[in-house]
Design a protein around this ligand. Structure first.
Ligand code: SF4
Ligand code: SF4
Length: 207
């Protein structure tokens, strides 16, 4: 019987100790928040999802080279003569079409190393930190603003421009070779004339 009351008392005492901690926190401000209804206040230099402002991107590849995990993939195509791509907001002239700019956010380690070398400051960290996906492929962000048709068109334009340039080069080389052959022929003709002159003179003397 004595043992029963002892255990009963111990039970009550344990509850009282637990409740003491609970009661103490009833009168202090809460440190937890009701996420996701309530959002946490982010620190000033937080690192979250990246964003690229393609209007200012010049396709210099510096961010791609700086990335330690190779999660940035960029492809560019040179603009052909007559195409004006305009300037970036800090005055840099654009000369390349950016036909691919993918960032695999699933691989990104948020080191921010891609942000610092950008000459136009167009790649930066945003305050977006809620972007989970069910499909991993959905975490590959495509920042290019051109449509798939426009990307193909830019590539085709440049290939055609290169082919035209090659054809012009080949034509110029052909013409040069033709002129050289003609000049050589003329030279040979002149040489023949020179060779026939001394033979004529003795004949004259004999006469
Ligand atoms: S933050 Fe780091 S890991 Fe992520 S894309 Fe930039 S360089 Fe790569
Ligand atoms: S460093 Fe900046 S300008 Fe250069 S490719 Fe990357 S985002 Fe574009």
């Amino acid at each position: 019987m004595k043992d029963y009351f002892l255990k009963f008392w111990q039970g009550l005492w344990t509850i009282a100790i637990g409740m003491k901690v609970t009661f103490k926190h009833l009168f202090v401000p809460a440190v937890t928040i009701q996420y996701p209804t309530e959002k946490p206040e982010l620190p000033e230099r937080e690192r979250n999802r990246l964003y690229v402002n393609m209007d200012d991107c010049i396709g210099c590849l510096q961010c791609e080279r700086a990335c330690p995990v190779d999660c940035i993939e960029i492809e560019t195509v040179k603009a052909v003569p007559g195409e004006d791509l305009g300037k970036t907001s800090n005055g840099k002239k654009k000369a390349l079409w950016v036909t691919k700019f993918d960032i695999d956010i699933a691989k990104c380690c948020y080191c921010q190393l891609c942000v610092f070398p950008c000459p136009t400051e167009c790649i930066y960290m945003t305050d977006v930190y809620e972007f989970s996906e069910y499909e991993r492929d959905n975490l590959i962000y495509d920042f290019v603003t051109l449509t798939p048709e426009e990307r193909e068109e830019k590539k085709k334009n440049y290939e055609e421009f290169l082919a035209k340039k090659e054809a012009e080069k080949a034509e110029a080389a052909r013409k040069k070779a033709e002129e050289a052959a003609k000049a050589k022929q003329e030279e040979k003709k002149e040489d023949k004339k020179e060779e026939t002159k001394p033979e004529d003179k003795p004949k004259d003397k004999e006469e």
